[in-house]
Design a protein around this ligand. Sequence first.
Ligand code: ATP
Length: 278
Amino acid sequence: MSTQDTPKTGGGAGIRGGPYVSPDDAVLGCRNVTKTFGAITACDDISIGIDEGEWVSIVGPNGAGKTTLLNVLNGFYDPDPGGEIFFEAEDVTADRAFKRARKGLGRTFQGLELFEEEDVLENVMTVQAVKERPNLLSALAFYGTGRKVEAQNMRRVEEIIDYLELWEYRHSTVSSLPLGIQRRVDLARTLALDPDVLLLDEAMSGLTFDEKYDMVRFLADLNEEEGLTLVMIEHDLEVVTDVSERMIVLHKGGVIARGPPDDVTSDPEVRNIYTGVD
Ligand SMILES: Nc1ncnc2c1ncn2[C@@H]1O[C@H](COP(=O)(O)OP(=O)(O)OP(=O)(O)O)[C@@H](O)[C@H]1O
């Protein structure tokens, strides 16, 4: 399924390394995505493809455009006119974020958008209800009316909580939990939508070494055992090079390198933006 060719259009100037996955052959891809905010060009003509089952990391210095790219991929932002997003061989550019989520494109958040005063079970159940309802507000309203969760859905929620070793916390209020567990709750909520592809926005940010180790263990299981495709923004290059099959490096809104971690981290332009040394 991977095409190892050179992109014909877009993606920034010096694309080196491979493999390059054509956006429309990929499980998730975009072509010619530019996103401007007034005078700021956060993403500058980006074309990328993610192959099914891959674990890809998107890296780059602060302000490189990583989160904006994730927001365009999952539908929080529209790209500027001309940009296209593809998910599972379908052009989803016109689909809103909830529609893409229901199609199987999951997303975690750097800023953890959890219901902090609810317990772990309620956080996961509420998001699972989005699968059955048109959007988050109506899912919340559904629970507000005290409706009972169907046994089958409840079983799925319990399975996820068990899988992520959150059982002992299931009745704990989210705000009372350490960050490492809160990040795992965020992951649990995303899994409740049964995604095929997971977009992870700094899922390890602020975690201790042990918490990162646990997160990597869960993500590796999801990737290897459940076949989930993982696309992760991560600043910790040690983690990135250990776990990713491929890296995509953004700088000033454009892709400057992509390929296996060893190739990318030895690329002079990449070394230059990280260390100031060629
Ligand atoms: N909603 C917005 N309105 C205006 N400017 C924005 C908005 N979102 C992002 N930007 C700008 O776009 C550029 C890219 O930001 P983005 O958050 O995508 O970078 P990033 O690579 O994720 O950075 P970081 O690693 O610091 O999170 C920055 O200059 C940022 O200030």
